[in-house]
Design a protein around this ligand. Structure first.
Ligand SMILES: [Zn+2]
Length: 316
């Protein structure tokens, strides 16, 4: 809203996986294998790919996230989740992309494509080119995780992933992070309980709840952020990360039949999201009952139960 595995550790275990510097390192990422693509030398990348051919691409933007959160929440949240998942399940993580479709009409918000622009002229071709280059470099699965999620951003990310899965013949998943934890009650929000809790766990130094006055809070959408806690953030994070890790481990080894079944389910979802507004400017139409209908999406995705996803989509 603008609104486990053939685990193979290699030598050269790297130091911090920090994003904002050591004091703000995502919890639990300060040790372990270096998974950030931009910090790998050729040999380390070759070894990482041999162990697991998945690459993560985190997406976000610069956007107002209330007076209590930093402006880069979406990208740094998605990046941290990907880092945890790669360390747990395998794969490497590309640098986060700051920039996408839409954003709140609030200060300090960079809007590259208009909010409702499902015909995105910047994000879509950029994602396409990233996928093509990742496949050309030998990656065998791609997970695009967007921490920024207006309706059009979500549609374009998933639609591009489906099309690239077909064109490149490797699995490409494009999803907002909250879709992987709908069954944890995390239904996506903006700078409210969910995002703020995640940030309190991942980057505790960045959240200052004392800056919140009384509701309504400027540029916040969802449950009261004053109810946020690092414990809730940790629970949400663990669910998302374990599912991403499972996917990262399994996706490169999917059979052509499994890939087809995955693509069909994701394509059904894209079709439903795009067509539900009936040509009108009501992009959120297919989201009205997402918390109930798609509640088990993350679980089913990680377990490869794509038929069940397809069945659920019909009820969106
Ligand atoms: Zn956000």
């Amino acid at each position: 809203m603008a609104r486990r595995f053939g685990r193979r550790r290699f030598l050269g275990v790297a130091a911090a996986g920090t994003v904002l510097g050591s004091s703000s390192a995502p919890a639990g990422t300060s040790a372990g294998r270096e998974v950030r693509l931009e910090f790998l030398r050729p040999r380390e990348l070759k070894e990482a790919k041999a162990a697991c051919g998945t690459i993560f691409q985190p997406l976000g933007t610069i956007e107002w996230h209330g007076v209590h959160n930093v402006l880069g929440v979406d990208a740094i949240k998605a990046h941290a989740l990907c880092l945890h998942a790669a360390r747990q399940g395998g794969g490497v993580v590309a640098p986060p992309l700051f920039g996408g479709i839409g954003g709140l009409n609030q200060p300090h918000t960079f809007i590259m494509d208009p909010e409702d622009d499902v015909f995105s002229v910047y994000l879509r071709p950029w994602l396409e080119r990233l996928c093509r280059e990742m496949a050309r470099d030998g990656f065998r699965a791609i997970i695009i995780l967007t921490g920024h999620y207006g309706a059009a951003q979500q549609m374009v990310v998933r639609e591009t992933a489906v099309r690239m899965s077909r064109a490149l013949a490797i699995p490409v998943l494009g999803t907002p992070e909250y879709w992987l934890a709908l069954d944890e009650g995390y239904t996506g929000d903006h700078a409210a309980w969910g995002e703020t809790s995640l940030m309190m766990h991942l980057f505790p130094d960045t959240v200052d709840l004392s800056r919140l006055d009384k509701p309504p809070y400027q540029g916040v959408g969802g449950r009261d952020p004053k109810e946020s806690s690092a414990a809730d953030g940790r629970r949400i994070m663990e669910t998302i990360v374990s599912r991403l890790a499972t996917l990262a481990q399994k996706m490169p080894a999917w059979s052509p039949q499994t890939l087809d079944s995955f693509i069909e389910a994701e394509a059904a979802l894209v079709a439903r999201q795009l067509s539900a507004p009936g040509g009108k400017k009501q992009l959120w139409t297919a989201w009205r009952n997402v918390a109930t209908v798609m509640r088990d999406y993350g679980k089913h995705l990680a377990e490869g139960r794509f038929e069940e996803i397809k069945t659920a989509v019909a009820n969106l």
